[in-house]
Design a binder for this molecule. Structure first.
Ligand code: TMP
Length: 210
């Protein structure tokens, strides 16, 4: 079977990282060659762009610059890493991709969705994930988890995590609206459920997919 491209999305604190490792182990057990990656980032250049995007010192960054940096990191990621891996028959799992741009820069920052779609077309030329998991949960639960994690690690919060609740409500609503528009590509998970139950749903969807 040809390699497949799976993406994980959602507001902060939905358990994407834990479940990414679960998906990786499950697919590896099924004999797939798996590449795990993330956005913004995934390549040396993309990770350098990520450091700019998440840097709290750059509060002056305008929304259009943020949008273009997301796509700059993405086009490098697609050309250098994602497409070559898929062509070699590998499965690629990415922690976020273009749905995040619609949700954060479109829904939450308020940039024109048509303009995002034009840049997406220019950069991706129809290239899309085969399957997208959305880790959905009430914003206040996610924000509390992020806060607890940052206090535990002492790392502080990044330029996006410091946004207000209303920002993440818009992110969440945009993800859900996109999933409703094209239900065949998305699996919306109730990330407020116990981990075992979330992982059961993920496993069932992956089994159907295989
Ligand atoms: P992460 O916290 O999931 O690693 O993602 C980094 C942040 O970047 C997260 O707050 C969401 C944001 N982001 C966007 O705003 N637009 C995008 O296109 C992507 C990929 C991420």
């Amino acid at each position: 079977m040809q390699g497949q491209f799976i993406t994980l999305e959602g507001t902060e604190g939905g358990g994407k990282s834990t479940n990414l490792r679960f998906i990786e182990s499950f697919l590896t057990e099924q004999g797939m060659d798996v590449v795990v990656t993330r956005e913004p980032g995934g390549t040396e250049i993309g990770e350098a762009v990520r450091a700019i995007l998440l840097n709290n010192d750059f509060s002056a960054m305008c929304d259009d610059a943020e949008l273009l940096l997301m796509f700059a990191a993405r086009v490098q990621h697609i050309q250098e890493k994602i497409k070559p891996a898929l062509a070699a028959g590998k499965w690629v799992i990415s922690d976020r991709f273009t749905d995040a741009t619609y949700a954060y820069q479109g829904g939450a920052r308020g940039l024109d969705m048509q303009r995002i779609a034009q840049i997406e077309q220019w950069v991706q030329q129809g290239f899309q994930p085969n399957l997208t998991f959305i880790f959905d949960l009430p914003v206040e639960i996610g924000m509390a988890r992020v806060l607890a994690r940052s206090q535990q690690s002492g790392q502080g919060i990044d330029r996006f995590e410091q946004e207000k609740r209303s920002f993440f409500e818009k992110v969440r609503a945009t993800y859900l609206a996109r999933a409703q528009q094209s239900p065949e590509r998305y699996e919306v998970l109730d990330a407020s459920q116990p981990l075992a139950s979330v992982q059961q749903t993920i496993q069932t969807r992956l089994q159907n997919f295989l």
